[in-house]
Ligand binder design. Sequence first.
Ligand code: SF4
Length: 445
Amino acid sequence: MKMKIFKYNVVLIGCQMNVSDAERIKGILEDMGLVNSNERNEADVVIVTTCGVRQHAEDRIYGIIPRIKKHNPKSIIVLTGCLSKRQDVINRLNKHVDIWLNAKDMANLSQLLFEKLPTLKPQPKNIESLKNYLSLQPKYTSKYSAYVPIGNGCNNWCTYCVVPKARGSEAYRAPEEILNEVRGLIKNNYKEITLIAQNVDSYNFIDESNNSTSFATLLQQVDDLEGEYWLRFSTNHPKDISNDLVQVIKNGKRICPHIHLPVQSGDDEILKAMNRNYTKEEYLRLVDTIRINLDAELPATITTDIIVGYPQESLDQFNNTAQLMREVSFDMVYISQYSPRPNTASYNLNDNVTTEEKKRREDELTEILKTTNSANNRKYIGKNIRVLIIGNKKGYIIARTNTGKNVKIKIDNELNSKQIIGEFANVTIIDAESYKLYGKIIKSQ
Ligand code: SF4
């Protein structure tokens, strides 16, 4: 008798941590004999990774999940990510969702699925014995760029953020396990490796002999692994970046000069209300340290996150954020309008900045970003730089610099058409706009 081949589909919503979680889930499913399908309505198992950071991301699942069950009523829906423990979400979607899976319980997924679909391949023993889901073997989405999680959870309790409640307190992977995963990626010709955690800077692994490894040491150990690859890391907390770490980045052979440094606000009172534990002055001092140590022929890239319209944010307080943006001259700012999130400390505060005013503040910051980043990008014109080819679109090759900037390269000759996705190339930058650079391939000698 012909065995049925079970199919799975992943609905990916949320941050890089969800991307990484989904890759580990795919590893489990493929170990069980399921195959990936792009057709959601034909999948036997649909995994939905959820995000509770913004209302908009949350609202998406209230549309998607009932729709899947309507068109594919036999599918097993597994809901994971930041909303998997929220009781109001469970109450609202329980009739559609078959398995509520907290990331930390991921190693149990095969057993839970087995109970729903007993004809699946028996559960591999190595998965059952795993205590830490980050140790699961992932099925990477890309063939040249990979996220490697070094930890999960957060201890910081920023007042607006769901992560500490949703993912729990910080837990870190052993350095040797991380190094082994990276060695495997290098062996398989990966060119871009990004170490991720909610706050990489607070990585601190203590082994059985009580020896501790900091993030600076871990990054150094990864950078020491031989191979042709770029090493990135994300995300950082300004209060936790050490001088040692800046020195490791400065002296690194493969570490990219790009720091994502979420500031959230440029006003001390709002920073205090958010429980961020640094002042505007301390943040600016850190930016100076980064610039002094990491700026080279081209400046290091500094990107950030900002929330506008936090409860009680006055116009003067907002103007302090706008001023900070002008001073730092960020390369990218992910601006979000504050929205109260259940299970956070700020949830019950009076959300008194109107939606229109939040939008106006967002637009004002976007205009500042366009101006400052356009000036930053123009410094690239005329420079010959190495890029990683990441795609092609409508007659252009799309590439990325080690500073994280996108480069468009027109496909207009044989040399261009030979460029391969996932390979490095050398380009001359010929023009620049606020959000992208334009380049042309340099012929190798
Ligand atoms: S540092 Fe703050 S914003 Fe970042 S994950 Fe932790 S609590 Fe959330």
